[in-house]
Design a protein around this ligand. Structure first.
Ligand code: NCD
Length: 318
């Protein structure tokens, strides 16, 4: 594999290999000198057509810690039509000798278009495309779960039998989609909980259970992992629920539900959080919350992915 476009493409062995390499990268992060010379002389371009804080900074930190040269290009606000601007931009990057391109785009499928084009011969990493996929987020989530659930000995392990409940704006969530494919590949059981208006059409053919009742699901599934999703107002062109208070009451992780969850379950959120809407401040800051661990683990995962795609170890992902 030359690119990382989707978690759907990953086999169990490939996924575990990435997670294991990320463990090595995490070890490097605990050293005083956090830098490896592995990608010296390589150029990684971060191409962000959509807003991002965490993901952009995380890829930048990852590439720099592998000693690559990093160029960050925020294309937001460009008035050129999408197809043309992507092609022009890709050809410009090719002329500058980019070895890797990390792309976030509002159009689902944009990273595939880039990877399959002859505009540029670089490894392409999907950093979130529309409502389609966000593979490195799913990998860092799986890494976080694996470390919490197998403390001290997570290498080589999968997530067999782990019960994961993903709650909220499934309709617009590339995080939910990438997580579903990867979690199933690693053996976990996935349940989506959302208002009926925020469940994607065709979800019946996906390998996930679907529920509209959060309290009932928490009681019956007793999840090991509860992942709360952000309400993506920027992708909403209609009213998908009556109002914020009603949403929080029915589908939010409030303090009462946090207590009912019990101390052994973990609470995840990809960020950015709407505190008080999908998650209460107490839940976000609780000992069960892995929100900041997810951010830290994101750097290790992105180091692993860039290393595997760009260091000449590309076949390691094949
Ligand atoms: C997610 C994204 O952009 O898809 N955030 C992230 O990458 N940390 C989720 C979101 O925006 O809600």
């Amino acid at each position: 594999m030359r690119h990382l476009l989707s978690t759907r493409d990953l086999t169990r062995d490939q996924a575990i290999h990435i997670l294991d390499v990320a463990e090595d990268m995490a070890d490097v992060q605990t050293r005083e000198v956090k830098k490896l010379p592995t990608l010296r002389g390589k150029t990684v371009v971060n191409l962000f057509f959509e807003d991002s804080t965490r993901t952009r900074i995380s890829f930048e930190a990852a590439a720099k810690r592998l000693s690559a040269d990093v160029i960050t290009f925020s294309a937001k606000g460009s008035s050129v039509s999408k197809g043309e601007s992507l092609k022009d931009t890709a050809q410009t990057l090719a002329a500058m000798g980019a070895d890797g391109v990390v792309i976030r785009h509002h159009a689902s499928g944009a990273p595939q278009v880039l990877a399959q084009s002859d505009w540029i011969d670089a490894g392409v990493v999907n950093a979130g495309d529309g409502t389609h996929e966000h593979p490195t987020q799913a990998l860092l989530d799986a890494f976080t779960m694996r470390r919490r659930l197998h403390p001290g000995s997570s290498r080589g392990k999968d997530l067999d039998g782990v019960r994961v409940v993903i709650v909220g704006d499934i309709l617009h969530s590339r995080v939910a989609r990438s997580n579903l494919w990867l979690l199933r590949t690693l053996g976990a059981e996935v349940t989506f909980v959302a208002p009926a208006t925020l469940v994607p059409f065709g979800v019946g053919s996906w390998p996930a259970a679907v529920s509209f009742d959060l309290d009932e699901t928490l009681r019956s599934i007793r999840p090991d992992v509860l992942m709360m999703l952000r309400i993506q107002s920027e992708r909403m062109n209609a009213a998908y629920f009556p109002n914020a208070r009603e949403y929080a009451r029915q589908w939010g992780l409030d303090d009462e539900r946090l207590t009912a969850l019990g101390p052994d379950s973990i609470v995840m959120h990809p960020g950015p959080m709407n505190r008080g809407l999908e998650i209460s401040a107490a839940a976000a800051d609780s000992a069960q919350s892995t929100v900041l661990e997810q951010v830290a683990n994101g750097v290790s995962i992105r180091m692993a992915v860039l290393y595997l795609l760009l260091s000449g170890e590309r076949e390691a992902l094949a």
